[in-house]
Design a protein around this ligand. Sequence first.
Ligand SMILES: NC(=O)c1ccc[n+]([C@@H]2O[C@H](COP(=O)([O-])OP(=O)(O)OC[C@H]3O[C@@H](n4cnc5c(N)ncnc54)[C@H](OP(=O)(O)O)[C@@H]3O)[C@@H](O)[C@H]2O)c1
Length: 285
Amino acid sequence: MGKNYRAELTGVFGDPVEDNPTGVMEEAAYEALGLNFRYITMKVTPEDFPDAMRAVRALHMRGVNLTMPHKITVIPYLDELSKAAAIIGAVNTVVVREDGTLFGENTDGKGFVEALSNAGEELSGKTVTILGAGGAARAIAVECALAGAGKVNIINRTPEKGEELAELVRGKTKAASVFIPWSEKLSVPADTDILINATSIGLAPQDGQKPDLNYDTILPTMTVCDVVFNPAVTPFLTEAAGRGAKTVTGLGMLACQGARNFTLWTGAEAPLALMEEKLRQEFEG
Ligand SMILES: NC(=O)c1ccc[n+]([C@@H]2O[C@H](COP(=O)([O-])OP(=O)(O)OC[C@H]3O[C@@H](n4cnc5c(N)ncnc54)[C@H](OP(=O)(O)O)[C@@H]3O)[C@@H](O)[C@H]2O)c1
């Protein structure tokens, strides 16, 4: 056979999707490894979603990421789900296998656990306190529990969503889990080993904001993490660092989940450091 000019297609379906930065790191990684892969950022409305899923097969795509509002609606289109994706009830990565079947994974929480591990933190037996109960919090809570956390405290503004996530963790994993209502100037639970902001507070353009906490209850023994990746160093992390806590940025989590997607689609080891650096440059402008 002569040269193969056909590109292997990957990308993301979302609406809105314009500000999704994933393509920057995936395309840089493909280029660094000399792979003829492309990552396309695609606007797909809910009405057009069935056609877009047909296109995944018709165009012989290798896989696709899903972002708002498709992470849950994609599930009936898939042949198999990872254990975590099935518990979380949401998929952010689809892999088209050799035999044409579609596998659904959720790499958000796995990316978080890996970023934590890269920072030298293990979860076994630890108490994790999560601010938020949305998509990111759900993925992180389940993966932390599956990775061996002993207890997951959930704190959320809307109590029903927080209660539901704590119940999910208790019911589907071996970890203990409780919901704590978010009162004004909330004290961080004293049993916390790892504290995570999994809300969108602090995300640009609202990047001056931080969760309403009594920051003096953050201890130097705690590891404090943010899911917000732009800016990488949020006011929340700055307050925590000021109390002597070790901090982990959302940029690391984003790069780790992108690296997992890269490996799921290409089978190759991802150039993680390069991917994180590309994102950093992107956000620093
Ligand atoms: N680093 C990464 O790899 C990565 C991956 C995925 C997501 N993220 C980031 O994670 C963040 C959350 O995303 P998501 O998909 O989980 O969003 P989501 O499903 O909409 O959930 C948002 C969460 O933030 C809470 N929240 C928002 N504004 C609040 C406020 N002013 N006060 C108190 N709570 C507030 C919501 O509480 P209620 O339930 O009360 O509304 C909810 O728990 C975003 O910034 C996103 O960019 C990062």
